[in-house]
Design a protein. Structure first.
Length: 209
């Protein structure tokens, strides 16, 4: 697959993923911890300029710098491409496509959250077929921790658990934990199997690259 097609497919994956993330945030039943942190930062910091996507920029840039300090490889900064792509697309869907779309019933909120999760997992199924383009800061951190901690599941627990703790703290400061709720748990346990499901289907049509 030529480089242009690889990049186009990757951007498409980020675009689709961001639509799912925005739906989950609008469902207010619980989001992925990283996205919950972005949401709470945007709400807590009294600056009109700071949107959820731009808060995601701040987190991603900070994480990239931390990765560079630990790993000391300038190529790590390529992960900022992922950070800015997803953050920009999240704002597009959050502020334009789904602007004002906040269902008032539990059923509808749960429904759009589930739809959002399926969309995210489908998009990740596309993105994980990439073996040569930049990875997200969290993926780089996971690889680094895995090289230091040989127990496979511990690095993921450290990263996801750390993000969840930060999100809960910010939610408590904000006064509402609706972005860290029951659906956050569903995301944690349901995302992996669903990504694998979509990956097995997608790999028949999209070769790994």
């Amino acid at each position: 697959m030529k480089l242009f097609k690889r990049i186009l497919l990757q951007v498409l994956g980020y675009f689709i993923m961001s639509s799912g993330i925005a739906l989950i945030l609008h469902g207010k039943q619980g989001a992925f911890p990283y996205d919950a942190i972005s949401f709470y930062l945007a709400e807590l910091i009294p600056v009109d300029f700071l949107t959820v996507g731009r808060a995601s920029f701040i987190i991603g840039i900070s994480w990239t710098i931390l990765n560079f300090i630990l790993i000391k490889n300038w190529r790590i900064f390529f992960s900022l491409i992922v950070v800015f792509s997803i953050g920009s697309f999240i704002d597009f869907f959050d502020l334009i496509v789904f602007k004002g779309f906040y269902p008032t019933t539990f059923f509808m909120n749960a429904l759009i959250s589930v739809v959002g999760l399926v969309i995210v997992c489908f998009a990740v199924g596309i993105v994980v077929l990439n073996k040569s383009l930049p990875a997200a800061p969290s993926e780089i951190a996971l690889v680094y921790l895995s090289s230091k901690i040989k127990t496979g599941w511990v690095p993921k627990i450290i990263i996801e658990g750390g993000l969840a703790v930060i999100a809960v703290i910010l939610g408590l400061i904000y006064g509402n934990l609706f972005q860290i709720g029951w659906f956050t748990i569903l995301c944690a346990f349901g995302c992996g199997p669903m990504i694998n499901f979509f990956r097995k289907i997608l790999i028949k049509y999209i070769p790994e690259y």
